[in-house]
Write a protein that binds this ligand. Structure first.
Ligand SMILES: *Cc1c(COP(=O)(O)O)cnc(C)c1O
Length: 470
């Protein structure tokens, strides 16, 4: 056979797109995969196979013709592994409660109910039902925020990064903003104070040193160009040792005596004092407002335990400048977020936030309760699976995460697994590839499944995943 004949015959041995489609049609594993996606996968598998045939011919002069059933199985395997949806639940067994890459705070049942109801129906998002005139979307959470924080006014945007950008652009474009060098933070995901400052058009006036900044440094920096004194909560790190910071109260006193507004980017923005649960003191939003800060910004989905949002509270005149800035339209909060945020804030006002918000519950859950959940997981494994995985309970330390309370270590209990001849990273990878994916952490070549962040409702699926692994 000539070269070109061999080529033709090899290509003829490939099924056509239609033939391969026929073979995968009606496959139950693909019932929720749109047809266009199946066609695309079929084309890709055929293209790969064509490449393999041509390659084989070039190197060996002959090829094994493809098995159409095997090609069909490959299409089905690839599509069902990817699933119909890309964004999907996972089991967080990392022990990091506010894991930014795993979606930070979990919403309360009430928040989920509210976003469900508001998403499925028309709503009074921007209509005043009494006057039938245009209303404000911010009004749905404004009263709650004012009552909960004691501030005069509020505004909500997409996230705290947007809140800081909007505040700087509204109040300090082309003017100076004074910030301590000890607070020029970077939060994961490209949020850096100097960069956001540049984007806003405000001029950064750095003062003090990394470890020590004094009130005098602020006072000396204030001039005709100063628009704002900015305090940034060092939420994801601490400088320890020979340090000095200016307290919020002192800064407010200075700002007010010189007629310069003071803003604090609080980062996490907690509403409840978590000291009774063994946490160090973190200034709560009402504390910072009471200290006289003119504008406070914080996230909705960190310690607050709600949806992604950036919340600004403070003096009415300043908040109004943010609200009417055209940039605010581009950072506008969505109705589903508002619905979930209103329910989240409602829980604080109703006084049941600690019981109903999953994130706060996880953070404050006593060690004994975490241990009970870990034991329940262990009991669900058959003796054979338990032995094969070398499963044991391991006491350890979990983290808050999300750039909150960086030094806090929560006592926790994990299920540790390890198999002779299978390195921990392989077990980790296998669990991540499962359905639902399980994300653990590796320590001393054991895979630890931290039960502080595992939900009670995750236990059956997690036990099944471990059984499959064994
Ligand atoms: C987390 C954080 C931000 C960014 O908040 P997002 O809601 O993630 O945009 C900004 N400033 C501080 C101090 C933070 O901790």
């Amino acid at each position: 056979m000539s070269k070109s004949e061999a080529r033709k015959s090899a290509l003829r041995s490939l099924p056509s797109v239609d033939q391969l489609l026929q073979r995968v049609q009606g496959e139950p594993a693909l019932s929720d995969i749109p047809r266009a996606r199946i066609v695309q996968a079929v084309r890709e598998v055929l293209a790969g196979e064509r490449g393999r045939l041509m390659d084989g011919l070039k190197r060996a002069g002959a090829v094994v013709p493809p098995d159409p059933d095997a090609l069909a199985r490959r299409v089905v395997a690839e599509l069902s592994r990817a699933g119909a949806f890309s964004l999907a639940p996972v089991i967080n067994a990392t022990g990091v409660v506010l894991h930014t890459n795993l979606g930070r705070a979990l919403l309360s049942p009430l928040a989920i109910e509210r976003l469900h109801r508001v998403g499925a129906a028309y709503s009074n998002l921007e209509m005043d039902l009494r006057s039938k005139e245009r209303g404000s979307r911010y009004a749905h959470v404004d009263g709650l925020l004012r009552r909960l924080t004691g501030a005069e006014a509020s505004l909500v945007v997409n996230n705290n990064a947007a809140a800081v950008l909007l505040a700087l652009e509204s109040l300090a474009r082309g003017k100076e903003v004074v910030v301590s060098r000890g607070e020029l933070i970077e939060i994961g995901g490209e949020f850096r104070i100097p960069d956001i400052m540049r984007r806003s058009g405000a001029l950064l006036r750095e003062i003090g040193t990394t470890n020590r900044t004094h009130l005098k440094d602020y006072a000396d920096a204030i001039g005709p160009e100063t628009a704002l004194l900015l305090k940034v909560h060092t939420s994801n790190y601490r400088v320890l040792g020979f340090t000095a910071q200016v307290s919020t109260r002192e800064l407010v006193e200075l700002g007010h005596s010189r007629g310069i507004p003071v803003m604090e980017d609080l980062g996490s923005g907690c509403f409840v004092d978590l000291r009774p649960y063994g946490f160090p003191y973190e200034p709560t939003v009402p504390d910072v407002v009471a200290a006289g800060v003119d504008l406070v910004s914080f996230s909705g989905d960190k310690l607050l335990g709600g949806p992604q949002a950036g919340i600004v509270v403070g003096k009415a005149g300043l908040v109004e400048r943010l609200r009417t800035n055209p940039l605010n339209r581009a950072l506008r909060i969505d109705k589903l977020t508002l619905a979930a945020l209103e329910a989240t804030l409602y829980a604080y006002e109703a006084g049941n936030a600690l019981e109903t918000m999953p994130t706060l519950r996880m953070l404050t859950e006593p060690l004994a309760a975490v241990r009970r959940r870990a034991r329940r997981l262990l009991r669900r494994l058959s003796p054979r699976v338990e032995a094969a995985l070398g499963a044991t309970l391991v006491e350890g330390r979990a983290q808050v995460g999300g750039g909150s309370l960086p030094l806090v270590e929560l006592p926790t209990v994990a299920l540790g697994v390890g198999m002779p001849g299978r390195p921990a990273h392989e077990l980790d990878q296998a669990l991540r590839a499962g359905e639902p994916p399980v994300i653990g952490r590796i320590a001393d070549d054991r895979l630890l499944l931290d039960c502080r962040t595992v939900l009670n409702s995750d236990i059956p699926a997690l036990a099944q995943a471990l059984s499959r692994l064994a």
